[in-house]
Design a protein around this ligand. Structure first.
Ligand code: AMP
Length: 115
């Protein structure tokens, strides 16, 4: 059995996190090093390593992650002001945790292009 990632340990309540939403497909919790006033990670319960290795059979859960991020953004009160969803894939993007996650960032003006 491979060692669990930090996000699986949060999912399984072995590591504390501020969980803002959970359902049968995903868990959403506050990022421990927030890059914006709202910085939440939406993580599938299924241990999909990254978007680049997701399978077509993951289609439903992938769609669910985006719809959930939008729902959480609404709950955080940033639907009107705007927000950004980010998926880092691989070293050049700075992916650090090999468990797919959607960053929800908002609550301030975000620069474009990103650094
Ligand atoms: P990425 O660089 O896309 O892989 O993003 C990983 C994110 O996970 C970073 O923004 C980290 O701050 C965040 N992170 C790492 N450990 C934890 C944790 N224990 N609780 C919440 N967020 C975490």
């Amino acid at each position: 059995m491979p060692e669990k990632t930090i996000f699986e340990r949060i999912r399984d309540r072995e590591v504390p996190a501020t969980i803002v939403h959970e359902d049968e497909h995903c868990v959403a919790f506050k990022d421990i090093t927030p890059q914006a006033p709202v910085h939440i990670l939406v993580v599938p319960r299924k241990a999909i390593a990254q978007i680049g290795t997701a399978a077509t059979t993951d289609r439903e859960v992938l769609g669910h992650l985006l719809l959930t991020a939008a729902k959480v953004a609404k709950g955080e009160g940033i639907s009107e002001s705007g927000y950004r969803l980010v998926i880092n894939n691989g070293a050049d993007a700075g992916e650090a945790v090999p468990h797919l996650h959607v960053h929800l960032l908002g609550g301030r003006k975000l620069d474009w292009p990103p650094g």
